[in-house]
Design a protein around this ligand. Structure first.
Ligand code: NAP
Length: 258
């Protein structure tokens, strides 16, 4: 069994997940760098972690696939022998960003499988593994962090499926937090705002304009590292009497203003 706490960060080959993996390694976690297609990018994250004296492994798995999720947890277990932290970060935006009058069931199913079904059943599997390790006295507590979005509270009619999955992540977080409190597992939701990544690259100019016009009090893009620092604080146990909490990392976007 690994001597350091072990974190599984889904979708950590790029963007926000990558920053989370690097930050967690920095604060002493061994990290499973999960990806679906970008093997080279994932290996680069692993190399970077090894280069700064940390431990990491890249594991390919589609979080929307039942078989892949089972294999992901099994490989994580066989490589590190424990799991202390699951970060459900992998996510996709709505393919084609179609207006809700045009969007398709096919898109809906893809977005829901990746953003909601996958994270829920991964949390279920991870919690079972954590509970076993806690009962065996191998770890003292577990943590699950769900990366949601300000799209949980902001309607984008060209991304209905995406908004719906993110809104449901709040209830998923509450359900898991309620059930798992007695098991010494805390569960949190982080809602990033407008963050510079491949996901937002196609709409960069629109967001540049909205930020300049003051759509949020802090007039800048968020960086993946802004989200990563919040995850590291939660993983470090900074909030022991707290679970089910939603944290906005959004420059104040969520504040209603008049
Ligand atoms: P991104 O740059 O597009 O990166 C997505 C990551 O998820 C990649 O590592 C990708 O792996 C992985 N991924 C996608 N589908 C997957 C699947 N089925 N199974 C496993 N991994 C998968 O996205 P991001 O901006 O970093 O977003 C990360 C999370 O933050 C998402 O949940 C997103 O909804 C949320 N978020 C983002 C923003 C934003 O402004 N960027 C705002 C709010 C919330 P590959 O590299 O292998 O493709």
């Amino acid at each position: 069994m690994h001597s350091s706490p072990v974190a599984l960060v889904t979708g950590s080959s790029r963007g926000i997940g990558r920053a989370i993996a690097l930050e967690l390694a920095q604060v002493g976690h061994a990290v499973v760098v999960n990806y679906v297609a970008s093997g080279d990018a994932a290996e680069q994250v692993v190399e970077q972690i090894h280069g700064s004296g940390g431990d990491a492994v890249a594991i390919q798995a589609n979080v929307g696939s039942t078989e892949d999720r089972v294999r992901l947890l099994a490989e994580c277990e066989s490589h590190f022998g424990r799991l202390d932290l699951l970060v459900n970060n992998a996510g996709i935006t709505s393919p084609g960003r179609l207006d809700l009058l045009e969007t398709t069931e096919e898109n809906w199913e893809k977005v829901f499988a990746t953003n909601l079904k996958g994270p829920f059943f991964l949390a279920q599997q991870a919690a079972r593994s954590m509970i076993e390790s806690i009962h065996a006295g191998q770890i003292s507590r577990g943590t699950i962090v769900n990366i949601s979005s300000i799209s949980a509270i902001a309607a984008s009619t060209n991304r209905a499926d995406y908004c719906l999955t993110k809104a449901a992540t709040e209830m998923m977080t509450w359900l898991l937090a309620d059930r798992l409190a007695e098991e010494k597992i805390t569960v949190f939701e982080i809602c990033p705002g407008i963050i510079a990544s491949d996901m937002t690259a196609p709409v960069r100019e629109k967001y540049d304009r909205l930020i300049a016009e003051g759509i949020q009090p802090q007039k800048r893009w968020g960086h993946p590292e802004d989200v990563a620092r919040a995850v590291a604080a939660l993983a470090g146990g900074a909030f022991p009497f707290c679970t089910g909490q939603r944290i906005f990392i959004d420059g104040g976007y969520h504040i209603r203003r008049l």
